[in-house]
Design a protein around this ligand. Structure first.
Ligand code: ACO
Length: 436
C-alpha cells in the first residue's frame, strides 16, 4: 500500500482532541482512510452497514469503475477477455495474475481436466436429497462435502493444499452442477469427457445420455464459455466477502467456497438471474409487452415491494459492461437456434427500453445488470431456471478461490470481526420466573 501525500484529520465538536488518519492510494480508484487505530485512539468505531464506504481489504485482482461502467480482471477489460480469451485463460489470469501463453494454457487445462471426476461416493451423498430439492441447496451441501473427500488439501495455510484444492474446485464444479441437474431429472449421471472444452464438457454432462450420441453445438459452447468469463470475478461482492470472512477463520477452502455458494443464492445477488426470468414469465402470463406499463407502475410504487429484477447494481451506476456483452450473446444464441422472435427476449428488450427512458430509473441510475440477459440465454440453451444460480456459482468459484488465496497471502490479513453499535437493553438482572 502506498501512503498518500495528504492525511485525514477527524475532529470532534465536543472538544475531544482531533485525530490524524493515514490515507493510502491504490493504483486506480478512490483512496482509503486507514481507520485501524481509530478505536485505540478515540474509543469509537465507524458505522457502515452494508459496507457502503468501507474497503475490507487490499486486492490486485479485479477493478470496477462503477461510474464509467468498467470492469477489469488483473487490468484487462472484460470486453477484451470475453472476445479474445476463453474461460480457462481467464481462470489462469485470475489465479496467477497473468494470461497463459499457449504452453501454459495446455498445461493448466490439463491439470483441470485431470480432476473433473468426483469421488463415486458423492452420488450416494446426492441421493439423500429429494428430487425436487433446489440445485443451490444441493450445491451448498456438495461443495461443503468435498472437504470430507479430499483430506490432503484442507489446510488453508499450506500453499500446495490451496493450489490443489483450487484446481479440484474449478474442475469439479461443472460435474457437481450437472449431477444436481441429472438427479432432478431422474436421468443417469454422465461422466466428464476430458477431450471436450470446459464449457463443452459441461454441456455434455448436462444434455448427453448414455443411449445417444451428443454433439456439442459450438455457438452454445461459446455462449456458455462467455457466461463463465463474465461471472468469473467481481471484486468484494457479498459472496466473495463471505468467502473471505469464512476463510479468515482458517477453515478449509471447500468450506469457505460452500459459504460463498450459500450467499450467492439470494435474489439480491446471484439468485437475481432466476428471479429475473421468473419475473419475465409472470409478465408474459399477464399479457406480455402490452402489460409492461402496468408492471412498471408496480415497480415504481414504493408500497408494492416489486423490483425490476436484473436492474440496478450497488457499484455500476452507469451501465454494467457485462450486460452489453450478454445481450450480444443472447442475440447470437437466439438467432442460431431460430428463436429470434422469442417472446421473453422481446419482452426483456421492451422493459429495458422503457426503464432506460423512465425518470424513476434514470434518477436512481438503474441499468440492466448481467442477469437481465443471462437468464434468457440459459433458458434458450435448455438450462432449467432453477439451475441458473448454480451455473453462476460454477463460474464464480475461480474468483472466490483467487480472492481467498490473495487474502491468506496478505501479511495484513486478520480474522474478520466487525464491531457493532449496541441498541439493546443495558445490563439487567434475571428475576425469578414467578416475578417476570
Ligand atoms: N427495481 C426498482 N427499484 C430499484 C431497483 C430495482 N431493480 N434497484 C434499486 N431500486 C431503487 C431502490 O428502491 C432505491 O430507491 P429509493 O432511493 O427511492 O429508496 C434506489 O433504487 C437505490 O437502491 P438501493 O437498494 O439502495 O441500491 P443498492 O445498491 O443497495 O442495491 C441491488 C443494489 C440490491 C442490486 C438492487 O438494485 C436490486 O435489488 N436489484 C434487483 C436484484 C438484482 O438484479 N440483483 C443482481 C445484482 S447483480 C449480481 O449480483 C450479479
Amino acid at each position: 500500500m502506498k501512503l498518500a501525500d495528504n492525511k485525514a484529520t477527524l475532529s470532534f465538536s465536543n472538544g475531544s482532541p482531533s485525530v490524524d488518519l493515514p490515507v493510502y492510494q491504490g493504483n486506480v480508484g478512490p483512496d482509503v482512510i486507514d481507520i485501524r487505530k481509530l478505536y485505540a485512539q478515540t474509543g469509537m468505531f465507524t458505522y457502515d452497514p452494508g459496507f457502503l464506504s468501507t474497503a475490507s481489504c487490499q486486492s490486485a485482482i479485479t477493478y470496477i469503475d462503477g461510474d464509467k461502467g468498467e470492469l477489469l480482471y488483473r487490468g484487462y477489460p472484460i470486453e477484451q477477455l470475453a472476445t479474445q480469451c476463453d474461460f480457462m485463460e481467464t481462470c489462469h489470469l485470475l489465479l496467477y495474475g497473468n494470461l497463459p501463453d499457449a504452453a501454459a494454457k495446455i498445461d493448466f487445462t490439463k491439470r483441470v481436466t485431470n480432476h473433473t471426476m468426483v469421488n463415486e461416493q458423492m452420488q450416494f451423498f446426492l441421493r439423500g436429497f429429494r428430487r425436487d430439492a433446489h440445485p443451490m441447496a444441493i450445491m451448498t451441501g456438495l461443495v461443503g462435502a468435498l472437504s470430507a473427500f479430499y483430506h490432503d488439501s484442507t489446510d488453508i495455510n499450506n500453499p500446495e493444499h490451496r493450489e490443489i484444492s483450487a484446481i479440484r474446485l474449478i474442475a469439479k464444479m461443472p460435474t457437481l452442477v450437472a449431477m444436481a441437474y441429472k438427479y432432478s431429472a431422474g436421468q443417469p449421471y454422465m461422466y466428464p469427457k476430458n477431450k471436450l472444452s470446459y464449457a463443452g464438457n459441461f454441456l455434455h454432462m448436462m444434455f448427453a445420455n448414455p443411449c445417444e450420441d451428443y454433439e456439442v453445438n459450438p455457438v452454445i459452447e461459446r455462449a456458455l464459455d462467455r457466461i463463465f468469463v463474465l461471472h468469473a470475478d467481481h471484486e468484494q461482492n457479498a459472496s466473495t466477502s463471505t468467502v473471505r470472512l469464512c476463510g479468515s477463520s482458517g477453515t478449509n477452502p471447500f468450506a469457505a467456497i460452500a459459504a460463498g455458494v450459500a450467499c450467492l443464492w439470494g435474489p439480491a445477488h446471484g439468485g437475481a438471474n432466476e428471479a429475473c426470468l421468473n419475473m419475465l414469465e409472470d409478465i408474459q402470463r399477464m399479457g406480455g409487452v402490452s402489460k409492461v406499463g402496468q408492471f412498471m407502475d408496480q415497480v415504481k410504487d414504493k408500497n408494492s415491494n416489486v423490483k425490476l429484477m436484473g436492474f440496478g447494481h450497488r457499484v455500476y451506476k452507469n451501465y454494467d459492461p457485462r450486460a452489453k456483452l450478454m445481450q450480444e450473446t443472447c442475440k447470437e444464441v437466439l438467432t442460431s437456434l431460430g428463436l429470434e422472435n422469442d417472446p421473453l427476449f422481446k419482452l426483456a428488450m421492451a422493459l429495458e427500453k422503457i426503464a432506460l427512458e423512465d425518470d424513476y430509473f434514470v434518477q436512481r441510475k438503474l441499468y440492466p445488470n448481467v442477469d437481465f440477459y443471462s437468464g434468457i440465454v440459459q433458458r434458450a440453451i435448455g438450462i432449467p431456471v432453477s439451475l441458473f444460480t448454480a451455473i453462476f456459482a460454477l463460474a464464480r468459484t475461480v474468483g472466490w478461490i483467487a480472492q481467498l488465496n490473495e487474502m491468506i497471502g496478505d501479511p495484513e490479513y486478520k480474522i474478520g470481526r466487525p464491531r457493532q453499535l449496541f441498541t439493546g437493553s443495558v445490563r439487567r438482572d434475571v428475576l425469578p420466573i414467578a416475578q417476570r
